[in-house]
Design a protein around this ligand. Structure first.
Ligand code: HEM
Ligand code: SF4
Ligand code: SF4
Length: 426
């Protein structure tokens, strides 16, 4: 496969950010099909349209997803990318790797594919970019037999779950996100590999409300760590911040001079509920009014820590705009224990209540967030066997189109107009 002239892409080798063009050219020396990927991309830059054909259905036997088929619409010009399928590999939780593992994956991919990757896909998968249909089964065989590794999800199924790095190296992890992510991934292999849902369904796990994996925006099922007792305050460390010994936000703003740390302006007055105050140089928190927003902990990580009664909040239904508008996830379970001793049975119960309902009533290609909108939060909570609480809403409804169940209304719905006319003659 010859090199192609790529004057437009060559521009992207300039500047300080690592250039994907430079990387691809280097890879093309080993894998000539990468010249064709550059050539076709250059053509797209010129034409301002994609040069991939619509869709593509490929895969491996036994699974209904995991590989995204793709074919060039200019295959004679760029034969190296005539087939250019993408293989999703299920990444380890939080993406910690050993170099040995990555070397194995790279060797496998040099053997069967273009050597081009995406580290990682937005959902979390390690993405292998570009191979041919005949290579899929051999690749899958080696992947499973030699690397003890599986594909990720695609299609109307449970997609690859992912998590923040949590307790692996964060002091705010209110539960072991990696353990939960890994355990549920293993528990639901069938749902990941063989699409059985009305549409896609994603799970993400964050250790605290900072939500480093953006679970509340990017997953149908978001588990976000929190605590229910008091924030732990180290008053000596608070004094360390006041004296300037410790830098606020662990130095996150030190590229600019924001003046001396001012606990009133930077913490107390910014607390969303105004539940903090100073008595002398002692910091006080009215924890009953704290919403666990993380602000004060983020500013003074050496002085403030999450409480010890830790668990998580479950929010359901986030999705991108198509069809009926973007949604963040809706708070569904305010607090749940995340308990490895029960193999997370409490969380599994919540998941399966959602699935039992949505798999029956969800319309074709309707995300669970849309099903909740269509059928209503009250019904959703009822099928979840959750008693509605004020925490389920940001504000009560302002319209009065309130539905009642017939058995809630004395006398029911069967009324006789003749009886009414006896009291109200026409
Ligand atoms: C607290 C007092 C009241 C509340 C909360 C209330 C609320 C409502 C609401 C929500 C509607 C439906 C609006 C719509 O369909 O667009 C409505 C309709 C109506 N209300 Fe009231 N209303 C109140 C008092 C009254 C009173 C005192 C009268 C008459 C003297 C009245 C006469 C009507 C009429 C005629 C309609 C139109 C019904 C229709 O369009 O089919 N309402 N009201
Ligand atoms: S979400 Fe919270 S626990 Fe997880 S890495 Fe981010 S700050 Fe730490
Ligand atoms: S976590 Fe947020 S709401 Fe709670 S005390 Fe700190 S700043 Fe206030």
């Amino acid at each position: 496969m010859p090199k192609h002239d790529t004057p437009l892409l060559d521009e992207l080798e300039k500047g300080p950010w690592p250039s994907f063009v430079t990387d691809l050219k280097r890879q093309a020396e080993k894998k000539p099909e990468c010249f064709d990927i550059l050539g076709q991309l250059e053509l797209s830059y010129r034409d301002k349209v994609t040069h991939w054909k619509h869709g593509g259905i490929v895969g491996v036997f036994g699974y209904g997803g995991g590989i995204v088929g793709r074919y060039s619409d200019v295959p004679t010009q760029f034969p190296g990318v005539a087939h250019f399928h993408t293989v999703r590999l299920n990444q380890p939780s939080s993406m910690f790797y050993s170099s040995a593992k990555l070397r194995d994956i790279c060797n496998l991919w040099e053997k069967y594919g273009s050597g081009m990757t995406n580290m990682h896909g937005s959902t979390g998968d390690l993405v292998l970019l570009g191979t041919t249909t005949p290579n899929l089964e051999p690749l899958f065989y080696d992947l499973t037999h030699d690397l003890n590794q599986d594909l990720g999800g695609s299609g109307s199924n449970l997609r690859t779950p992912s998590c923040c790095l949590g307790r692996a190296r964060c002091e705010w992890g209110c539960y072991d996100t990696q353990n939960l992510c890994h355990s549920l991934t293993m528990h639901y292999q069938d749902e990941i590999h063989r699409p059985a849902f009305p549409y896609k369904f994603k799970m993400k796990f964050s250790g605290c409300p900072n939500d480093c994996v953006a679970a509340i925006a990017r997953s149908d099922f978001a588990v976000i760590g929190t605590w229910r007792d008091d924030i732990r305050i180290d008053q000596a460390a608070v004094k360390g911040y006041l004296s300037g010994e410790f830098i606020p936000n662990a130095g996150a703003h030190s590229d600019k001079d924001w003046g001396k740390f001012d606990i009133k302006a930077e913490v107390l007055d910014l607390c969303p509920t105004g539940c903090m105050w100073m008595e002398g140089d002692t910091l006080k928190i009215d924890n009953s009014e704290c919403t666990r927003c993380m602000h004060c902990l983020n500013v003074m990580p050496r002085a403030l820590r999450p409480g010890l009664q830790q668990g998580a909040t479950i929010c359901v239904g986030a999705k991108a705009p198509i069809l009926d508008g973007a949604q963040f996830a809706t708070m569904t379970v305010p607090f749940i224990e995340v308990n490895p001793d029960t193999e997370f049975a409490e969380i599994i119960e919540v998941i399966e209540k959602i699935w039992d309902w949505w798999m029956e009533v969800g319309k074709n290609r309707e995300r669970v967030g849309e099903t909740i909108m269509r059928i209503g939060l009250p019904t959703f909570l009822k099928v979840m066997e959750i008693t509605p609480t004020p925490q389920h809403v940001k504000e009560p409804r302002s319209n009065p189109y309130v539905f009642w169940q017939e058995d809630e209304v004395e006398g029911g719905w069967d009324r006789d107009v003749i009886a009414y006319r006896k009291r109200n003659a026409q």
